[in-house]
Design a protein around this ligand. Structure first.
Ligand SMILES: [Zn+2]
Length: 508
């Protein structure tokens, strides 16, 4: 062997190590958690790292209100989202700009995933990470985006560029498992007055809306959540079920809202294996304890990836079968449009921190309502007909990227129209919202001279569409001020229900 050849082979052997040495530390480790990572630092870090990594790529999925890039970082053994056998997982953080540890934790996660010992994950997973979906809020350290909109209440009406970007990214790849990463603040005055506050490093919850496939909700609660909680505890992070509400004795504790306008349920309602994770925020949105907070967030996300890796096949099958229930021509089925949180008699042992003793303790919560029960169901029609001149609704259809076609009347079409009577109100998780009295009438013919677009329900967002368009839906468009004008007392509701007796028999 010549000297040159030995030299050449040595270099070849050392190359991977040299590449590893070049791996940049993520910004939180670069500045040792003494400050938060800015948008500029985040963007230069991921762009720099992606240049040298074979597995990681950066994609710009949209722009914020102020024109900042919304980045997705993808990881794949080969090319992202080409191999249909891979489980597609999406994690996204910092919808709320003042919840910084999700982004910091995701930067730590990127660093972890670049390590050779974690490469095995990508034998089964194609992963996308969005570390900062609200960069404008992140830079200002505010909950809302630059339009002062709470993005995590915007997934139904989709008026903001950030939520639109997230959903079009989701729609493009149809991720099978998702996690929306947040922080919770336990420091409120009612809690201080109560003498205790929540103190779990990480809380995590699954989809709770009744129209999410039961099999998905069951696997979430029976397997994934216990797995991740255990994963966290083994790594010295306290973990508990995501349960907003309280303090006990003042207000009940539930497993969060069943509304589908947030990051978890808007994807869950499409029969995605979908979760929320909340780490504990610093007092007054400060960077207090930011290292521990970020590491906790990272560990929760890593735990979820571990579960997904170990159960990739099972999740893929479950999601695929559950989605077929949505995308195949609808069979007669009932959809819950009004629900309520109920007790099942159980008592919740809630881990809390005592202001008096400075120690952790457990308080048994009696007013605990873990069950979501339906108050009102409606029969799933085959499609809704939306007046073509109602731009408020047709624009919403476009923003949601719904399947739609101009409607042509067929003999045999059964069309139903709502007449709105008195508009009463109903309690929805502590708020009063509209609750109209409605009567459903059969229309003998389509209203003369009116054009409609047909929005069929055999699509992934089928159940979301029902929840949006039914006038009595607690989660409906009519409950948003922007859409309030479409419902009026003693008037006809503009959206019609269509049942076509022939359509259920068609072959695909
Ligand atoms: Zn949040």
């Amino acid at each position: 062997m010549t000297k040159q050849l030995v030299f050449f082979l040595t270099i070849l052997l050392l190359l991977p190590l040299m590449a590893l040495n070049q791996t940049l530390l993520p910004p939180p480790l670069q500045h040792d958690f003494l400050k938060l990572t800015s948008y500029d630092e985040l963007s230069s870090y991921i762009n720099e790292v992606s240049k040298t990594s074979g597995r990681m790529k950066v994609e710009i999925i949209g722009q914020s209100v102020k024109g900042r890039n919304l980045y997705a970082v993808t990881f794949s053994e080969k090319e992202f989202a080409i191999d249909q056998n891979k489980l597609r997982v999406l994690l996204f953080a910092q919808q709320h700009g003042n919840e910084q540890s999700g982004k910091e934790g995701m930067l730590l996660l990127i660093h972890e995933l670049l390590k050779p010992e974690n490469r095995y994950l990508f034998e089964k997973i194609d992963l996308a990470l969005i570390p900062q979906i609200n960069p404008d809020g992140g830079e200002m350290n505010t909950r809302r985006n630059a339009n002062k909109v709470d993005l995590n209440r915007n997934h139904m009406i989709l008026t903001e560029p950030e939520t639109i970007a997230l959903h079009s990214f989701f729609d493009r790849y149809l991720f099978e498992a998702t996690l929306d990463v947040h922080e919770y603040s336990p420091y409120g005055e009612p809690w201080e007055h109560y003498g205790y506050r929540k103190n779990s490093d990480i809380t995590m919850g699954a989809a709770t809306n009744l129209n999410v496939a039961l099999a998905i909700r069951d696997l979430s609660n029976q397997e994934l959540l216990p797995f991740v909680f255990n994963y966290l505890k083994e790594r010295k992070f306290s973990a508990f079920t995501y349960c907003p509400g309280g303090p006990p004795e003042e207000s009940y504790i539930r497993h969060s809202t069943f509304d589908v306008n947030d990051g978890r349920q808007s994807l869950g309602i499409q029969n995605t294996f979908s979760f929320i994770q909340e780490g504990m925020n610093g007092k007054d949105d400060s960077i207090e304890n930011i290292r521990h907070r970020s590491e906790g967030q990272m560990t929760g996300m890593r735990g979820m990836l571990e579960y997904c890796f170990r159960n990739a096949g099972k999740i893929k099958t479950l999601v695929s079968e559950s989605r077929k229930l949505l995308t195949e021509p609808p069979v007669p089925t009932m959809v819950s449009i009004q629900s309520i949180h109920k007790s099942n008699g159980s008592i919740l042992p809630l881990p809390l921190y005592s202001y008096a003793t400075g120690k952790d303790t457990v308080v048994n919560v009696k007013d605990y309502r873990p069950v979501v029960a339906s108050l009102t169901d409606t029969e799933k029609p085959e499609a809704y007909l939306i007046p073509a001149d109602c731009t408020l609704l047709t624009d919403w259809v476009k923003r949601q990227s719904l399947k739609q076609i101009p409607y042509i009347y067929n003999p045999g079409d059964r069309i139903q129209q709502y007449h709105i009577g008195v508009i009463d109100s109903i309690d929805f998780e502590g708020d009063r919202i509209v609750n109209p009295v409605v009567t459903l009438q059969e229309l003998p013919v389509i209203p003369a001279g009116k054009k409609f677009i047909r929005v069929p329900l055999d699509q992934l967002k089928g159940n979301l569409i029902i929840l949006a368009l039914e006038p009595q839906s607690m989660l409906g468009l009519v409950t948003y001020p922007q859409f309030a004008s479409i419902i009026q007392q003693e008037k006809i509701f503009p959206v019609l229900r269509l049942h076509n007796n022939f359509i259920t028999n068609h072959t695909k």
